[in-house]
Design a protein around this ligand. Structure first.
Ligand code: ZN
Length: 307
């Protein structure tokens, strides 16, 4: 469903490129392909969640941007020309890995001079059900962020910018302390939900790591976002499960078409209990514009919907 908009962006980008080439007379000095790197370390991440976590470690020693826009699922993303530029301008690209960013290969094969680091490297994973591979949504377990994402970020930054080691270590320490508080807060908050009501039913079954860490069962219309999901069989399977387990409420996600879950709610009579952030942060003013804010928003939503 994003295709028309995307091709429009490509057309505009191509037009713009064409116009700027016409605008460039032969007498003007040639523009370098890659803009000079200024303002410290330039880091680009695949998704906004990783950008926020990375920013906390980078601090003021560099700049962090991300590729997949707010509100879009990384699994469905199609890179636009400016993404190649972003990666080309960066010292390093931080990706989540585990199949979250299948489009990354296209960028990486075109921009070979920018290093890529996968932030889930070395982390324990949960396998996908009914298909090969591991679930990539590890950031929903705060401990995996402190123990793996942050240490992978830290190692890469120190390697690229050894002079900043002290600063990066200090930043990581401060942020880790905040995340440990967050982890304890989540553990404490979810106690308000009776154990038999701790079940998260979403369109994409993206809460497995959250469920494992904080004691929830999870289910989805589908396992992982990909093209062609949401078949009538998948809908009817989740409808049966919601009925059978007397699920108190189901959830929509900010990065997935809500119509699938609306169909489930309609078929089962179970209410949509709220909206969860899964693969992207929220926009300004949503109170989910940081990783910590997003986790708290989700926990508040779960409390409201399941308590
Ligand atoms: Zn996802």
């Amino acid at each position: 469903m994003f295709t028309p908009k995307r091709s429009l962006v490509v057309v505009i980008a191509v037009l713009f490129l064409g116009l700027s080439m016409i605008g460039c007379g032969a007498k003007q000095p040639a523009q370098p392909d890659i803009e000079p790197k200024s303002g410290g370390l330039q880091v680009v991440t695949s998704i906004s969640i990783l950008a926020d976590i990375t920013r906390k470690v980078v601090g003021d020693r560099g700049q962090v941007t991300y590729i997949v826009p707010i509100g879009e699922a990384p699994e469905h993303y199609e890179p636009v020309p400016s993404d190649f530029q972003k990666v080309s301008n960066a010292d390093i690209l931080f990706a989540n890995g585990l199949g979250l960013e299948e489009w990354l290969g296209r960028i990486v094969s075109n921009v070979t001079h920018t290093e890529v680091a996968y932030l889930t490297e070395g982390a324990p994973t949960i396998p996908l059900v009914g298909r090969d591979g591991a679930d990539p949504h590890l950031w929903f377990n705060v401990k995996l962020v402190t123990d793996h994402y942050i240490s992978n970020i830290l190692n890469a930054l120190i390697r690229l910018d050894p002079e900043g080691e002290k600063v990066y270590r200090r930043n990581a320490e401060l942020y880790t302390a905040r995340l440990q508080e967050l982890d304890a807060w989540v553990v404490d908050q979810v106690q308000q939900i009776a154990p038999d009501r701790r079940v998260i039913v979403t369109t994409e079954n993206a809460f497995k790591y959250f469920g494992e860490a904080y004691g929830f069962d999870t289910a989805g219309v589908w396992e992982l976002n990909s093209h062609g999901e949401g078949t009538p069989q998948q809908i009817s399977q989740i409808v049966d499960l919601v009925r059978e387990h007397r699920v108190p409420g189901v959830f929509i996600e900010t990065t997935v078409d809500r119509r699938y879950m609306e169909a489930v709610a309609k078929d089962t009579g179970v209410p949509i209990a709220g909206k969860l952030y899964t693969d992207a942060l929220g926009p300004e003013g949503s109170s989910a514009e940081t990783y910590i804010g997003m986790m708290k928003y989700n926990v508040h939503t779960l409390l409201k919907g399941l308590r």
